[in-house]
Design a binder for this molecule. Structure first.
Ligand code: FUB
Length: 346
């Protein structure tokens, strides 16, 4: 339910029909990355604010400055805001736009992975560490070497290896890295340097992390997303191609790579046999929500699988003021996912 239809929406009615309510309403939260650490649920979201920036297709209005961590004892219990855990002022390399983060745990230490725009206007990905899942986090002095673009998601495989998935189009700058170096031409254009509609779509990236989780252990590789015939999805296939919001989870020994299609507002997924893919497109997980963006994570809690997502229903459609919600995921016997409709519309 993208921005262009917003004036026609009766939010009171729509919110009555929403399948889930915001987990917190005293602040705006978005891009939820959920994990279970020591039996408790921790959600690492963006912290949306209205910084007064005008809306544009580069996402300048997403002018977030800090992060909070939300925790829950169980999926039904109250969501607790653990307060400020990291501010842009405390990240030496980052100027602004603290976008969608993720976190993970290793040997009792917690790692917050986050994208931010550096002082040269280029998005990089940084790491901050803490002894506690609820922070506060201390940022590394520099961004991860060789990092670029946005939306890091760090997956721990069963063998103890950690992989970062990342990338995002338009304001996320992925299209500016096609030659391997940043293309700073036409700085105000979100769509310059995108492939043509009949060319393969831009792909997200994956890189194994070093043992200390602070750097890439290898040069990031493209993650192939194929159609049912084994061909790469095309750039003009806007309903299915990758845009942003990478997430990787495992179900019944298969790897599920899920992502947002951006301008068509779906959360989709593709299945593969290993963390590097290739992945074959399967379908949608979430139909469009209120607001332009859609961003999610998938997390198993007490034997059930949940989608953590956001919408702009609480802010009555303000696209950069979003709220995190939760809905249960149902798998079919063949491992495919029943798509979730966020509102029970007739
Ligand atoms: O929250 C800012 C950006 O909007 C995220 O990085 C994208 O995934 C989209 O949700």
């Amino acid at each position: 339910m993208p921005e262009e239809n917003i004036e026609h929406i009766n939010f009171e009615e729509l919110n009555k029909k929403a399948i889930s309510k915001p987990i917190v309403s005293h602040i705006y939260t978005a891009d939820p990355s959920a994990h279970v650490f020591d039996g408790k649920i921790y959600i690492y979201p963006s912290h949306d604010i209205d910084a007064g920036e005008a809306f544009d297709d580069l996402g300048s209005h997403f002018a977030m400055e800090d992060y909070h961590v939300i925790s829950m004892d169980s999926i039904e219990s109250e969501a607790i805001d653990n307060g400020l855990v990291l501010h842009a002022d405390d990240v030496a390399w980052a100027e602004k736009q603290l976008w969608a983060p993720d976190a993970n745990e290793k040997d009792g230490k917690y790692y917050l992975f986050f994208p931010a725009k550096a002082y040269d206007g280029i998005f990089r990905i940084g790491v901050a560490t803490s002894k506690s899942p609820t922070g506060p986090f201390t940022a590394q002095p520099e961004a991860i070497k060789g990092s670029f673009s946005i939306d890091p998601a760090v997956f721990k495989d069963d063998d103890g290896s950690y992989y970062m998935y990342f990338g995002g189009l338009w304001g996320g700058q992925l299209q500016r890295w096609r030659t391997g170096t940043f293309n700073a031409e036409q700085p105000d254009s979100p769509t310059a340097f995108l492939p043509k509609d009949n060319e393969p779509a831009l792909l997200p990236y994956v890189a194994k992390m070093t043992d200390d989780l602070l750097e890439f252990a290898e040069k990031p590789k493209e993650l192939e997303i194929l159609d049912e015939n084994g061909n790469l999805l095309l750039a003009g296939d806007n309903n299915r191609r990758f845009f942003e919001a990478a997430w990787l989870h495992k179900h019944n020994n298969k790897y599920y790579f899920s992502y947002s299609t951006g301008d068509t507002h779906f959360i989709c997924y593709a299945i593969g046999d290993n963390p590097y893919g290739p992945f074959t497109y399967q379908g949608k997980i979430l139909e469009p929500v209120v607001g332009w963006t859609s961003h999610h994570s998938v997390c198993d809690v007490d034997g059930k699988s949940y989608l953590f997502y956001h919408d702009s229903s609480l802010s009555k459609g303000v696209t950069h003021l979003r709220s995190v919600k939760i809905a249960e995921i149902t798998y079919r016997k063949d491992g495919t996912i029943v798509p979730i409709k966020p509102y029970k519309l007739d």
